[in-house]
Design a protein around this ligand. Structure first.
Ligand code: NDP
Length: 333
């Protein structure tokens, strides 16, 4: 069984590729450069070429970007589309975020429809960003909820990333409905993802966006003042990766979105988990009585669909924090 993973150099994708390999899938991943492709392969020295290889897709926003990558012999059975910009350096909202997110998603779906009729299912990495309603939280978030962000609101850098994920996911569901392709669609919608970085891909300066606050804690940047948390839901990267793989293994997952979330956190809670699991870092941490900004009232989340259909069990925060810090220490933190 053969799978294409886009954005193979990404934080989440690295774990997705590892799970696919462990579970016996032949895996091809896309990267933007030969150098990145080679580096990833070098770190899987035991994988034969037919088991793990890469193709270059330079910019997912270009028309026809996936037209060659999707043609394969033997042909692909599944596609996992994770590539999408995730950072907060918004210069040009449309060019930097909305185009690669939306055109990247519709582009791969078009390419599959045109050139890869063997593909049975496409899993798109969406986000809780496509679910959350910052203006008015419901009592409980579940897969029925959609972020009401408008295109105009997405021009504000504070909303651009969330807009990019919302419009891209909508475009994917619209495509499947209108084009009636051979494949069905699953989306995985995680909130903030923490977890072990893949050491061969990251330096501490170039760490992926969602682990940056963990790096900052470990480096002592929260010692004098803990910054506002800003968002309250997390999930472990290994659980997110497993959800992607289960999404192709479980037939009933087809046509569904999955809110893949473990639970709540605040920056203070992260600090305390670091103190508990890595006592050697005590001198880098703020005092124990530093205030916690976790709100007294907050929405709930319903992740039961992911448990029931994908069989997810979520790692607790302490385990996630312990292993994330260890991985940061391994690259010199
Ligand atoms: P990373 O930044 O580590 O990975 C993003 C990947 O997308 C990289 O492989 C990157 O390539 C690739 N990419 C970005 N823009 C382009 C482009 N224009 N053309 C080709 N490739 C591109 O982030 P994550 O692993 O965290 O994110 C992966 C997915 O998960 C994204 O869709 C993101 O929105 C989603 N997500 C992430 C969450 C998180 O907290 N981490 C939460 C919810 C969803 P390169 O390495 O060359 O830059």
């Amino acid at each position: 069984v053969k799978v294409l993973v886009t954005g193979g150099s990404g934080f989440i994708a690295a774990h997705v590729v590892d799970y696919l390999q462990q579970r016996g899938f032949d895996t091809v991943f896309t990267v933007r450069s030969i150098e990145k492709g080679k580096r990833i392969l070098e770190n899987h020295p035991d994988a034969p070429k037919e088991r793990l290889s890469y193709v270059i897709v330079k910019d997912v926003a270009q028309d026809g970007a996936f037209d060659e990558a999707i043609k394969s012999d033997p042909p692909f059975d599944y596609v996992l589309h994770t590539a999408s910009p995730f950072h907060f350096n918004v210069q040009d909202p449309v060019k930097d975020f909305l185009d690669p997110a939306i055109k990247g998603t519709t582009g791969i779906l078009k390419a599959i429809k045109a050139y890869a009729p063997s593909v049975k299912r496409v899993v798109v990495t969406s986000s809780f960003a496509a679910i959350v309603n910052g203006k008015q939280h419901p009592k409980v978030y579940n897969e029925e909820c959609w972020n009401p962000v408008t295109w105009e609101e997405a021009m504000d850098p504070a909303n651009t990333y969330r807009g990019s994920k919302t419009f891209a996911e909508k475009a994917a569901w619209d495509f499947v409905e209108k084009e009636n392709p051979n494949f069905d669609l699953v989306t995985i919608n995680p909130p903030l993802v923490f977890g072990p970085i893949v050491s061969y891909l990251n330096s501490l300066d170039a760490i992926n966006t969602s682990n940056q606050r963990m790096r900052n804690i470990v480096q002592g940047q929260f010692k004098d003042a803990i910054p506002p948390t800003g968002m309250w839901l997390f999930v472990d990267v290994r659980d997110v990766a497993l959800a992607h793989v289960r999404a192709i293994e479980v037939a009933e997952a087809g046509g569904k979105r999955f809110l893949v979330a473990a639970g709540f956190f605040s920056n203070k809670v992260l600090v305390e988990a670091v103190r508990e699991t890595h006592p050697e870092l005590e001198s880098k941490l703020p005092p124990k009585d530093y205030p916690d900004d976790f709100p007294s009232e907050l929405y709930e989340i319903d992740n039961s669909q992911s448990k029931k259909i994908l069989g997810m069990e979520y790692r607790p925060l302490k385990e996630t924090v312990a292993d994330t810090v260890k991985s940061l220490q391994d690259v010199g933190a």
